[in-house]
Unconditional design. Structure first.
Length: 78
């Protein structure tokens, strides 16, 4: 990962990491798994950022939707 990408990802994490982790914890319940799922969700956001469609809603809603789906998938797989 290039240095610029690391800084950008760090900025993304700082901006939405708290709300993402909070949402994931309400679904997953286990703190360790919640942190793992939140990280996976943020990586999903990073990788799929080009697919974000602003006309469909705000960016925070999009991020939280991805995080919620990832959390539900984790619970279902348990």
């Amino acid at each position: 990962m290039a240095q610029g990408d690391q800084q950008s990802f760090s900025s993304l994490y700082d901006a939405v990491g708290g709300p993402v982790l909070g949402l994931v914890r309400t679904v997953v319940r286990d703190p360790a798994q919640s942190e793992e799922v939140a990280q996976e969700a943020l990586i999903d956001v990073w990788r799929t950022a080009a697919r974000y469609q602003p006309e469909r809603g705000g960016v925070m809603n999009w991020v939280l939707t991805l995080a919620h789906r990832r959390a539900v998938d984790r619970v279902r797989s348990a």
